[in-house]
Write a protein that binds this ligand. Structure first.
Ligand code: ADP
Length: 687
């Protein structure tokens, strides 16, 4: 197997020595030595630079240079690339040895004591050592570069307080140059200001650690005065030759992350505040309380000192309605002109949110004493809208520290103003509604009075009809009767017929008047509903109508389970009387009336769930029936479907049925078709 090559430059003026060295080296079992030779120092120097041998063997005394000078020249010319140099000398002594080694020789050999193995050993040792040193140096260079170029802050520092190395990122992020922070003390002083003692105490503990320590977050101040948050962790990094313990401290710059987190937390706080405010606004509290809550909430959520509500008055002035952070004594008192040189006035003019970062340098408006006297530096203001053309006023928020408000902050303030606007509008509508209700009540009262007056007039009219009209009518009836009884002999057939018609007409008129009075009374009378038995009322009626039922040869079937209802007994009796009478009356002459009276409980529909159950009472007959198109109008007064001669009547009966049922809280109806009998019903509350 081929041996590895090793090139050696021999700088020696004595040819015999050169010869000896060559032989010694060529005997090597480990390397294939390539030997270059030079007789003089200068020539050797040139050859060394050209050929860059692995090692140089140089005579201590050359014709043109000393071995030491040669050494110095090689080191100067080749620097870190200089090959290892071994000095050989004929007359060795300790002083020469020390001198050569100090000058940078790897070894010092004495010609008389040299043999093949000692020469080979010395060269190979020197080559191996130099190679190791080179590797070490390269690795150190790589390490240094890795630290310097690391994309995050790294310090390497010793317990003596010296910063041995730091990454460029530190300067990039903080603005401090490596010269400005040569020691940990420099760093602590610049980055931590007042807190430097604490930080130094913390750092001093790191040197004793034998494993990584996560130190946590530190606020550092940059050269430009900005604050940044660094998350530090440190680890031991061995010791220097002199025993100084080293630590590597690394940091992650989490400033942006922290800012995002803080912004998010602020947004969440604002959202919660807005939700709370909406709730308060809906709960119908007073506007004063709502304004107070609003300004307090705005100041808290935005972490500001002041928040104010100003109301735009009709005289074009703005009135301070609420002030979180003060001045509370001016609330309800302090006013400013809208055209004044104020932030509020400017907001109204521009009709958009206004933001300023520094009142001192603000040029758009000067700001009133409300800002100037309270140390306001930054602020924002929005319009509180309203449904009318005029806005309600201004909502403002101010800080005594400089603050650059974000679009999110402005959006929040506007959202709060909008909630306020809704609440204010609600209040206005409530007020108007209240006012309207008041006038409504007044209107109802005056209508009621008018109605009562009209009712009294009607009462008077009814009285006059009952007494005044019926008195002459009874006179006519009486005289007709006299005529019939006392003068029947003097009257011929036609005269007798006239008298009969006169009597029957006046009788009809009397019934009509009585029916009308009953109908009118029903409209006015107070209703006192009581538990009433339908069965009892029907029985009484049947007794009263008994002779008519017999004459008509009618059958009346009454159900045995008629329930109790809420009714006024006399009205119910009148209603049932009218229905029963009609059932007996409106039957073809050749048909025997068959009447049924029964009742059922009506199933409740959903929307009627709150009403008490209803009972429907049916009176059905086998009479002439009613065509569908007439079924509604027959419940109106004077509506009749037949001539008075065929079926006598006044046309008031069913009107009384409908009105009676309605006045007792129920209703009436009919199901029928012509010639098929009729099924009349009334519905009343079950008792
Ligand atoms: P009146 O009985 O005095 O005529 P109503 O108001 O009681 O007045 O009835 C109005 C009209 O309704 C009657 O004239 C008749 O044409 C019709 N009517 C009422 N009840 C019945 C019935 N049971 N069968 C058929 N028609 C009826």
């Amino acid at each position: 197997m081929a041996q590895p090559k090793l090139s050696v430059l021999v700088v020696e003026d004595n040819p015999l020595d050169r010869e000896a060295f060559r032989r010694y080296l060529q005997q090597s079992a480990n390397f294939d030595y390539v030997i270059l030779e030079a007789e003089q120092g200068e020539a050797g120097l040139r050859l060394c630079q050209e050929a860059q041998p692995d090692a140089v063997l140089v005579d201590y005394i050359l014709p043109d240079l000393s071995g030491i000078e040669f050494l110095t020249h090689v080191k100067a010319a080749m620097g870190a690339n200089a090959p290892p140099l071994i000095v050989v000398t004929g007359q060795g002594n300790e002083t020469i040895a020390v001198q050569t080694l100090k000058a940078g020789a790897e070894d010092y050999l004495i010609k008389g004591q040299l043999g093949p193995s000692s020469l080979q050993h010395s060269i190979e040792q020197a080559v191996a050592k130099t190679s190791l040193q080179k590797q070490l140096q390269q690795s150190e260079t790589r390490f240094s570069r890795a630290i310097a170029e690391a994309p995050f802050p790294i310090f390497i520092h010793g317990e003596d307080g010296v910063i041995l190395q730091m990454s460029h990122t530190i300067s990039d992020l903080t603005g401090y140059t490596a010269c400005e922070i040569q020691t940990i003390r420099d760093w602590a002083e610049r980055a931590y200001g007042d807190k430097q003692q604490n930080v130094l105490a913390n750092i001093s503990r790191l040197y004793a650690a034998n494993q990584r320590i996560d130190e946590g977050e530190f606020e550092i101040r940059t050269k430009s005065g900005e604050n940044r948050t660094w998350l530090f962790s440190s680890a031991p990094l061995g010791q220097l030759d002199n025993g100084t313990r080293l630590v590597i401290s690394m940091a992650a710059d989490v400033t942006e992350q922290k800012q995002t987190e803080a912004a998010l937390t602020a947004r969440l706080k604002q959202q919660a505040a807005l939700a709370h405010l909406s709730q308060v606004a809906l709960s119908g509290v007073s506007l004063e309380f709502l304004f107070e809550q609003t300004t307090q909430l705005v100041a808290d959520s935005l972490d500001l000192q002041y928040s104010r509500v100003l109301e735009l008055l009709t005289d074009a002035r703005l009135l301070l309605r609420s002030a979180a952070g003060g001045p509370s004594e001016l609330v309800g008192q302090f006013t400013i002109e809208t055209d004044a040189d104020s932030q509020a006035g400017y907001t109204l003019t521009m009709q958009q949110p206004i933001v300023f970062s520094d009142l001192q340098t603000e040029t758009r408006f000067h700001g009133t004493s409300l800002l100037r006297d309270y140390g306001v530096v930054s602020g924002m203001s929005v319009i509180i809208p309203s449904h009318s053309n005029r806005p309600f006023g201004i909502l403002a928020a101010h800080s005594t520290r400089r603050r650059d408000f974000t679009q999110d902050d402005i959006n929040f303030l506007q959202a709060v103003a909008n909630v306020l606007a809704t609440a204010i509008d609600r209040k206005r509508i409530e007020r108007e509604l209240h006012q309207l209700n008041l006038t409504l009540e007044q209107r109802v009262q005056s209508r009621t009075e008018a109605l009562e007056e009209a009712n009294q007039e009607l009462e008077a009219f009814s009285y006059s009809v009952a007494h005044d009209l019926r008195a002459p009518l009874r006179a006519i009836q009486g005289f007709a009767q006299f005529l019939k009884e006392d003068y029947s002999a003097a009257l011929d057939d036609l005269g007798t017929e006239y008298v009969r018609r006169m009597a029957s007409s006046s009788e009809h008129l009397d019934t009509l008047i009585q029916d009308l009075l009953a109908y009118s009374r029903l409209g006015r009378a107070d209703m006192h509903l009581q538990r009433t038995s339908i069965a009892v009322v029907v029985q009484e009626l049947l007794v009263e109508l008994e002779s008519w039922v017999q004459t008509k040869q009618a059958t009346v079937e009454v159900a045995s389970d008629l329930p109790l209802v809420l009714a006024q007994r006399n009205v119910l009796k009148q209603v049932l009387n009218n229905l029963l009478s009609n059932a007996l009356k409106f039957v073809s002459p050749d048909v025997l009336p068959q009447i049924k009276i029964w009742a059922e409980v009506i199933a409740q529909s959903d929307h009627a769930a709150e009403r008490s159950p209803q009972v429907r009472i049916w009176i059905t007959d086998n009479g002439i029936g009613i065509a569908p198109q007439h079924q509604e109008r027959i419940f109106n007064p004077f509506e009749r479907l037949h001539g008075i001669d065929t079926y006598p009547g006044t046309g008031i009966g069913l009107s009384i049925v409908a009105r009676g049922a309605r006045r007792m809280g129920g209703r009436a109806g009919v199901e029928s078709s012509l010639d098929q009998g009729s099924q009349f019903w009334i519905e009343l509350a079950s008792a």
